[in-house]
Design a binder for this molecule. Structure first.
Ligand code: F0G
Length: 478
């Protein structure tokens, strides 16, 4: 530890005590940081260790946010500034040469607790780069910390050896929407919104409803009538939101919601709200962190209203400019063939913006006039990205494979794998390239999509007799 880092907190502490003041550790750290800045920079990592002792992890310097775990007793060391220069090797000899088993186990547990604190956590783990607010103002469920999965069966089906899935269905309401919604609702509370609203194909509304319930605000959702999956309608209403089934598609519902929110002074939480996009950036950052900042070659994501595509582009730009990653992965935005306005624009080199009348089994992305078109276009252009389209059959085939591998997802989510497989077949994704597919929503969101196509005779009704069971299962065991 450098001399200033050890001395400065000691000085701050002494000054506070001399003034008859019993300082809180955070005050000592803040004073020491300011003082050290004039001499040697701002080393909160050193200062925190001095002030708190033990093993410390600095989550953020401004505001100060430090996690501390104790050290096993045999590792305690009192450091005294030596009057003579010491070699590091010699200084280290003050540590116990051996550690008994109990102390060692204790220390491993402490370190594991610290690492857990680093690896878990919600979207606010990236607070400084999402929305730098005082901790007391942050709403959290918590959300995020979703995992990456490899499934050899899916790798061989897609022809992509190095294939991973980031399962955003593991968020509290079962989709990636929670990451942006928690930031949006934090802002809604800050501005004193009396009510919140959104138009949705079902996932945004579920997320909005849950967070509105958490902070005690009324939620109003505009849903395209008859075109939202059953699980999502049920979930949205269960959390206590009030719904309007709009006669028209999602695009009409969004236009209506936008106009009504303006008229009535209700806070709109669709992805036109920039705070939503800020939260969704953490999907990419968390993935990169889990890969130790060794970026994959491609990130594949289903594309509807294009909020996520925009957020991914922004996340990659910021990660690259900040030096977190050495190069940007290429984005692959995948649309359903029947709801493909962004694909059409990509196919004509973005010469014109297209609008379509949307139709697809993947109701989450049944969108014909995506609101984040401009930002998503930048995301594709700046990542040498590609927009692909896949048919409903291709989506359902990919979903069956994902479900069958034990991962499971809703139809729209499977577009990412269907698209990656297609690009691999076309040679656009090269052999050996590393691909991460984002699974945007949980399997249970859309039970009808499964039951409508479940393989015949997968569920057979039988009499409560062993003989009937034997007859029924005989073909399954062959
Ligand atoms: N996957 C799922 C499961 C979704 O719910 C959505 C969007 C997308 C992908 C597409 O993301 O719009 O950012 O391009 N669902 C919105 C909603 C429209 O209302 O739940 P996008």
């Amino acid at each position: 530890m450098s001399v200033p880092a050890a001395n400065v907190p000691a000085g701050a502490f002494a000054a506070a005590v001399a003034a008859g003041h019993d300082p809180r550790p955070v005050e000592v750290m803040a004073a020491a940081l300011t003082a050290e800045a004039t001499a040697a920079g701002r080393h909160l990592d050193n200062i925190a260790a001095c002030v708190l002792g033990g093993l410390t992890l600095v989550r953020s310097t401004d505001p100060i946010d430090v996690v501390r775990v104790p050290l096993a007793r045999p590792l305690w060391v009192a450091l005294v500034t030596p009057a003579v220069r010491l070699e590091t090797r010699t200084a280290r000899s003050v540590l116990a040469p051996t550690l008994d088993r109990g102390a060692w186990v204790q220390q491993m547990a402490n370190t594991a607790a610290l690492l857990h604190g680093l690896a878990s956590g919600d979207v606010w783990r990236f607070r400084e780069a999402v929305r730098d607010l005082p901790v007391a103002e942050l709403v959290t469920h918590p959300e995020g910390a979703t995992r990456l999965y490899a499934r050899p069966a899916l790798s061989s089906w897609a022809g992509i050896e190095r294939l991973l899935f980031k399962h955003e269905g593991e968020n509290p309401t079962g989709s990636f929407k929670d990451r942006g919604m928690v930031v949006g609702i934090t802002q809604a509370v800050r501005v004193g919104a009396r009510a919140v609203a959104c138009a949705s194909t079902g996932n945004t509304s579920s997320s909005l409803a849950a967070y509105a319930a958490q902070v005690g605000r009324p939620a109003i959702v505009f849903l395209p009538a008859g075109k939202v999956a059953t699980g999502k309608v049920a979930q949205t209403l269960a959390y206590g939101a009030r719904g309007l089934a709009v006669r028209g598609d999602f695009d009409a519902a969004l236009r209506l919601a936008t106009e009504c929110c303006q008229r009535l002074g209700i806070y709109l939480l669709n992805s036109v709200n920039p705070f939503r996009i800020e939260g969704q950036k953490t999907i990419v950052w968390e993935m990169l962190q889990d890969l130790c900042w060794d970026a994959p070659d491609w990130i594949a994501v289903p594309a509807g209203n294009l909020g996520n595509t925009s957020a991914f582009g922004k996340a990659l730009r910021e990660a690259h400019e900040g030096g977190w990653i050495a190069r940007r992965p290429r984005l692959l935005a995948v649309q359903a063939k029947g709801a493909n306005p962004f694909y059409r624009s990509f196919a004509d080199s973005f010469r014109s913006r297209h609008r379509v009348r949307p139709e697809t089994v993947a109701t989450a992305i049944r969108i014909g006039d995506p609101v984040s078109y401009d930002r998503a276009r930048i995301a594709i252009e700046t990542t040498r990205g590609v927009v692909a389209e896949v048919s409903d059959d291709e989506i359902l085939e990919a979903k069956a494979r994902i479900d069958g591998a034990g991962l499971g997802c809703e139809p729209a989510s499977a577009a990412s794998l269907a698209g990656a497989r297609k690009l691999r077949a076309e040679g656009i994704i090269a052999p050996g390239e590393r691909v991460v597919c984002v699974l945007t929503g949980n399997l249970l969101k859309d039970p009808d999509a499964i039951l409508a196509r479940s393989p015949e005779r997968a569920l057979v009704e039988v009499d409560a007799e062993p003989a009937a069971v034997e007859a029924a299962i005989a073909p399954w065991l062959r």
